[in-house]
Design a protein around this ligand. Structure first.
Ligand code: TA6
Length: 274
């Protein structure tokens, strides 16, 4: 570590976390789930959102930050959103210069699959999830870097970048085409599964534009639970839906990936303030 950058082992709700500081940004990453909890560029407010009610215990997912949903997405298989986010990961190595810290986690195995996570903390936050199929059989992979972003108020933000894109409304299982920016007036749970587009969360009240770019993904999930679902979620405060929105870089819906024996898939999300 240089004198202007540091990586320290601390705790958050009794979970071991990495506290990263450099000239460009600060970040917190839990070893539980290789889970980015926080990212704050120098001189700016926090970019991510974390529930006050989040669990922080073995076998349960953290609510907020950037959950690693792998090697499946959604509730169709138990545990919902896969095994990566509810298991313990180990730090493999880190490197740093004054304005950039790179953290690599030890490989995480599930059956014949290996997941590697690398987090880069700089003027942009990058999370890279690499899946390798070591088995003889192909594997149908769905996954998401399920990022929760902190906003002023869900009713006053817009999400730009997906105009004209097709999406599945998972609440009604119907397909639609996005017309203009996305705004939020009710529970919103959409899979845009034919788009490599970068998104911008435009938050005029905070004078903030959060840029979400991605690689290795043709699907983006947009989610806000709104009132009723927030109340049904035990790890989500009843009023917290106002201050968050999820923009998830994914391989879901029609964008599932078939990994043949020996093949790799790299999914990356790149987050920055415009
Ligand atoms: O982000 C889309 C979604 O699949 C929603 O349907 C909602 O279930 C959300 O993920 C959170 O899932 P979780 O298992 O973390 O409560």
């Amino acid at each position: 570590m240089t004198e202007t950058s540091s990586l320290k082992l601390e705790t958050w709700k009794n979970l071991p976390i990495l506290q990263i500081r450099n000239d460009a940004a600060e970040a917190k990453i839990a070893l539980h789930g290789a889970h980015v909890l926080s990212y704050r560029p120098a001189g700016e407010r926090e970019v991510l959102w974390l529930s006050e009610e989040s669990w922080a215990e073995p076998g349960k997912p953290i609510r907020g930050g950037i959950p690693v949903c792998w090697p499946w997405f959604g509730p169709a298989q138990e545990p919902a959103h896969g095994v990566a986010r509810i298991n313990e990961w180990a730090l493999k190595e880190s490197s740093s210069d004054p304005a950039c810290t790179v953290v690599k986690f030890e490989a995480f195995a599930y059956e014949n699959l290996i997941a590697d996570v690398t987090v880069t903390v700089a003027d942009k936050l990058t999370v890279e999830l690499t899946t390798t199929n070591l088995g003889p059989e192909e594997f149908r992979l769905t996954q998401a870097l399920h990022s929760y972003f902190g906003i002023s108020n869900i009713s006053s933000i817009k999400v730009l970048g997906l105009d004209g894109a097709e999406y599945i409304d998972t609440l009604t299982s119907t397909r639609h085409r996005q017309d203009g920016p996305i705004d939020f007036r009710a529970e919103t749970d959409r899979i845009y599964d034919h788009s490599a587009a970068e998104c911008v969360i435009d938050d005029p009240a905070y004078k903030k534009k959060i840029h979400v770019a991605k690689e290795g993904s043709m699907s983006t999930v947009v989610w806000n639970p709104w009132v009723a679902k927030s109340r049904r979620l035990p790890d989500f405060g009843d009023r917290e839906y106002n201050g968050m929105v999820c923009i998830e870089s994914a391989n879901v819906g029609n964008d599932f990936r078939i990994l043949k024996a020996g093949e790799k898939q790299i999914l990356k999300t790149i987050i920055s303030l415009v």
